[in-house]
Write a protein that binds this ligand. Sequence first.
Ligand code: PA5
Length: 443
Amino acid sequence: MITIDKSGCKPFANEQQINSYMDKALKGFDTLESGSGAGNDFIGWNHLPSTITKEVMDEYKDVVSRWQAMNIDTVVVIGIGGSYLGAKAAISALGHNFTAKLSNKGMHILFAGSNMSEDYLAELTDVIEDRNTACVVISKSGTTTEPAVAFRIVKQYIEQKYGMEESAERIVAVTDRNRGALKSLATAQGYTTFVIEDNIGGRYSVLTPVGLLAIALAGYDIDAMVRGAQEAEKVCSERSESNPSIQYAALRNMLYDAGYKTEILVNYNPRLLYVSEWWKQLFGESEGKDGKGIFPASVTNTTDLHSMGQYIQEGERTLFETVLHVASCRREMLIPFDKDNLDNLNYLAGRRVEECNEAAMNATIIAHIDGGVPQIKVEIPSMDEFNLGWLFYFFEKACGISGYVLGVNPFNQPGVEAYKKNMFALLGKPGYEELAAELKKRL
Ligand code: PA5
């Protein structure tokens, strides 16, 4: 269960203001639940967890078993934006800080297709050279250039190494049911294919094959993750002021309207870096449109207290923070006693490192409130599959509600097309000749 602590907003807003935004968030919730809002053909994620059956989960597990039987140790997961960030967030958050090997019994997941860096792809081939490799390629549209380029390279590599017939056993496609180049290619080559339903956009798709297949291949318990999401769906579907997704949507919109235009998601565990990246995409792509939207940023503390801390404490006062607090950590590490005490740290001897981390968090929250930065605290009991499933669903629900409070369509991303058109023109894609001529004059 996730809880929201709004006490860090109180110095900046009175009860009446908070209540009036709770009313707005309840209306946003109604719009989402009734399916009457903009983008309502993309809310298939809203009551998805409760419809996930054992049969669906078994299909993901079948791929895991098949590839385990082939001794596959490395899987290249290809996708960009919503087609990779959920899996990347989960695998980073659940894994080991230093090595994939120690973290689980699953396969080593390498991500590709989320950038256009030649070095990145060349170095990927260095890594997979001596590995027993398979590939999951994920693209809802099936036409996105970054993953398509990466897939062409990885596909050829796998085909040359293992032969055409075996390659079909080593490649799985996750894409649209009927449309797109990836769908045609997968059908022609006979790849196992999973469908991303039409009514679920990329950034809301972590609990579909887009996220769950890669997470299962990495060795994590996707049943527990879905159970967490199912519990979250139940709690976050209550039309009540105690619903944490309604509370969060209310508080962030209240702060935005009061001039706090940037929200910083704060964590105190480097494992959560990609949870922040996933959250930034979810909220940034959902709300940043029509000249509006909270700018989503993130920091990982205490690291960033020594880089961004100065700005947050004393820079332009348009920031608020949402602290993602994980109440317990997985390991215990005590600070040792030192008989010489030359570093003067014996006052901490015998105490847990996490106690220092908590003290840093509480000290920072108070300092930032004093510096004029409102604080929302989102607390989860621990970072495991169940609670991560909870967190994913909670943020998705809050984002849908929040977008409606803001007055935008939280489920489209028209602005993403602008760079794509220009890139196609500059690369000489047929059909873009006129735009190419125009752009070249500007370069
Ligand atoms: O959230 C979204 O819809 C986007 O970020 C997409 O996931 C991203 O652009 C990748 O698209 P596709 O899966 O069609 O390749």
